[in-house]
Design a binder for this molecule. Structure first.
Ligand SMILES: Cc1cc2nc3c(=O)[nH]c(=O)nc-3n(C[C@H](O)[C@H](O)[C@H](O)COP(=O)(O)O)c2cc1C
Length: 384
């Protein structure tokens, strides 16, 4: 085997294929994670869960962090703006043995989150960032659970935080850091800045650094490693509607050039399995499962000749039987469409104003009002 990279070491966890499924709210639930995991090695992170909601044991949060027995190791991403709640949430996960790895979200750019100083807005307040990360590491270490940090470059090009935040996280004892090479302002626009990823790799010689952003194929992953020297890659949108990408990534990292080129039959079979697996995830609520699968339809069929009328019907399905009937109308012998099925998919768009708490950028320290707001402000949200 001609391994491109050695296994990725996340504290005590050895990940043979140095690939991470990016946490994606509304996407990386147990159904999708298991579909991905079937195809290859890697670390499969769940959707972000809010520390406050977890501590309050809200049913939706407990659902989000639930893993099936075959999901080992279990990776949970936590979102928090406040060290106390972070500590409580991590303690709960460790004491109740609910996770083998905890990732902290400092990358989310959605207004609902940044307006409260969370996600990608938070590393700007570097002492708050340090306090959250070190609290998480301290609590997690009691159960031998490694903590990682996932972040963006900063708020915008004038307020970059990634190298400083990377050093602070390392000194606080994290097991790795991942960088999405965009600012919060960029949202999902433009291209990810892999030079920033290389810069972080260089700045933290003694810590695993993972690169994230715009990996659409196994070749992109190899290119990211070649250009940046990272220890592993984090893949998000590229696997939407393509869980087999993890097979390609494993092959690529093992130096093999086999790649999946699924015909329509395989796509349909995977989509159906995905839909079926969502039903138990939603406690048997078939309608909820069908509502969830709707958003995956255009990703699964990207590049395949599936008429617009059928696509429209597919995104309104309400029952599994209906879904099966609609998919049965397709000509399953249609072959892989090639380039049309590849390339960018999922969220894109243009730069967006970053909504921040008042006077957030005035100082790197919290003022009194901001401190009060932070203490009160664990939001319920879905990430990005
Ligand atoms: C639908 C969606 C949901 C996301 N949710 C989260 C999240 O919960 N936590 C997080 O850290 N990042 C989240 N992200 C960001 C991804 O983890 C990843 O950093 C980003 O998509 C860039 O990687 P990519 O180019 O491989 O997609 C989300 C992205 C998308 C598209």
């Amino acid at each position: 085997m001609n391994a491109v990279l050695p296994p990725l070491q996340i504290g005590p966890i050895t990940v043979d294929t140095p690939v991470v499924l990016a946490p994606m709210a509304g996407i990386t639930n147990t159904a999708f994670r298991r579909l991905c995991r079937e195809h290859g090695g890697g670390l499969y992170v769940n959707e972000m869960v809010t520390a406050r909601a977890l501590v309050e044991r809200r049913p939706e949060s407990l659902r989000i962090i639930k893993h099936e027995p075959d999901e080992v190791p279990r990776s949970v991403q936590l979102y928090s703006v406040d060290p106390v709640t972070t500590g409580q949430a991590v303690r709960m996960m460790v004491e109740e043995d609910r996770a083998d790895h905890i990732d902290l979200n400092f990358g989310c750019p959605v207004p609902k989150v940044t307006r409260k100083g969370g996600g990608s807005a938070l590393p700007w307040k570097i002492r708050l960032f340090e306090s959250i990360v070190s609290t998480a590491v301290r609590e997690a270490s009691k159960g031998g659970v490694p903590v990682t940090v996932k972040m963006r470059k900063g708020i915008d090009e004038d307020h970059l935080t990634f190298t400083e935040a990377g050093r602070v996280a390392r000194d606080a004892g994290v097991a790795a850091v991942a960088l999405h090479g965009r600012t919060a302002r960029q949202h999902y626009s433009g291209t990810a800045d892999w030079d920033a990823v290389a810069e972080l790799r260089e700045a933290l010689p003694d810590l695993p650094v993972l690169g994230n952003g715009d990996i659409w194929s196994a070749e992109d992953a190899l290119e990211m490693v070649r250009r940046t020297g990272v220890d592993g890659v984090v893949v998000g949108r590229g696997c939407q509607g393509r869980p087999w990408l993890f097979g390609d990534l494993q092959a690529a990292f093992e130096g093999r050039d086999e790649r999946h080129r699924p015909d329509l039959a395989m796509v349909v079979e995977t989509l159906l399995r995905h839909a079926r697996m969502l039903i138990p995830y939603f406690d048997g609520d078939e309608l909820k499962a069908m509502q969830d699968i709707r958003k995956h339809v255009s990703w699964y069929f990207k590049g395949y000749p599936v008429g617009s009328q059928l696509r429209t019907q597919l995104v309104t399905v309400e029952t599994l039987a209906q879904l099966q009937e609609l998919l049965g109308r397709l000509d399953h012998s249609i072959d892989y469409p090639g380039a049309d099925a590849e390339g960018p998919r999922g969220r894109a768009g243009s730069p967006k104003k970053v909504h921040l708490p008042e006077d957030w950028l005035v100082s790197r320290e919290l003022d009194e009002d901001q401190r009060e707001m932070i203490a009160a402000a664990e939001v319920d949200t879905s990430g990005g």
